[in-house]
Design a protein around this ligand. Structure first.
Ligand code: B12
Length: 207
């Protein structure tokens, strides 16, 4: 059923995809597994865009279907802690407007008991610094789906250092082209490949 769900998303078949999401829930399939199937579909859509089989309008529509699926899935994500485990400031790097993955990280962090301040998309380094000054978070998270997101991420981390906040916050990074090597090069503390890993990392940082 999950493979079929990925395929329906790739086909941009909104009705069938959303019906399958509901069906998967009523068959007690874990929401995170359903989300994983949707992400697989998004990866294929990305490849089709890169191969010029799909247009940008197809990616826009796929994103809309993903949002609608998340509206169905979010109430089924369980809150696992009532105490506040830590504070996280998060945003998508400057120049980048992708937010589906970041929003998932935000949702799962909140479910796990983190207080999350989401700065949205296309966030300039100065805005991150301003919020860090104001909130004094335990963790700062950067999301970047474009290869060009590297520069603004590295620049923000450098600015954190310059402003004297680097020692008091842990920096985690993620998103499509981001990997361990990227994290190291940008002087982040860690990289997580998905929202589940991001939560594990955040717990480790605040534990
Ligand atoms: C949907 C989509 C769009 C939508 C975004 C809608 C939205 N609201 O987000 C729209 C249509 C707007 C879009 C626009 C563009 N896109 Co686009 N897009 C995608 C697509 C198909 C899916 C992304 C997605 O949502 N994936 C699903 C989520 C769940 O996965 P995720 O984002 O990876 O997130 C998970 C992890 O990475 C991690 N994570 C994410 N953030 C964080 C943060 C932290 C702190 C941590 C720890 C973890 C973490 O956890 C998440 C959940 O598990 C990707 C293809 C792909 N393979 O990613 C292309 C892709 C990212 N886009 C691409 C491109 C080129 C563009 C455009 C430049 C196209 C254009 N010509 O205009 C524009 C850029 C606009 C801009 N300035 O940002 C390229 C990027 C290539 C590159 N190397 O730079 C891709 C890879 C497609 C491709 N193969 O060519 N896009």
């Amino acid at each position: 059923m999950l493979e079929e769900l990925s395929q329906k998303l790739v086909n941009l078949d909104e009705d069938q995809a959303l019906t399958l999401v509901k069906k998967a829930i009523s068959n007690s399939i874990a929401p995170l597994e359903i989300i994983d199937a949707l992400r697989t579909g998004m990866d294929i859509i990305g490849q089709k865009f890169a191969n010029k089989e799909y247009y940008i309008s197809d990616m826009v529509y796929a994103a809309e279907i993903f949002h609608l699926a998340m509206d169905i899935l979010t109430p089924h994500l369980q809150k696992t802690s009532t105490e506040i485990l830590g504070k996280v400031v998060i945003g998508t790097a400057k120049g980048d407007i992708h937010d589906i993955g970041k929003n998932l990280v935000v949702s799962l962090l909140k479910c796990a008991g983190f207080q999350v301040i989401d700065l949205g998309v296309d966030v300039p380094p100065e805005k991150f610094i301003e919020k860090v000054k104001e909130i004094k978070p335990d963790i700062v998270g950067f999301s970047g789906l474009l290869t060009t997101s590297f520069e603004p991420m590295a620049e923000t981390i450098e600015l954190l250092e310059k402003e004297g906040f680097r020692a008091s916050v842990r920096v985690m990074v993620g998103g499509g082209p981001v990997n361990e090597e990227w994290a190291k090069k940008a002087k982040a503390d860690a990289y997580a490949k998905d929202a589940v890993e991001a939560v594990e990392l955040a717990k480790k940082f605040c534990g």
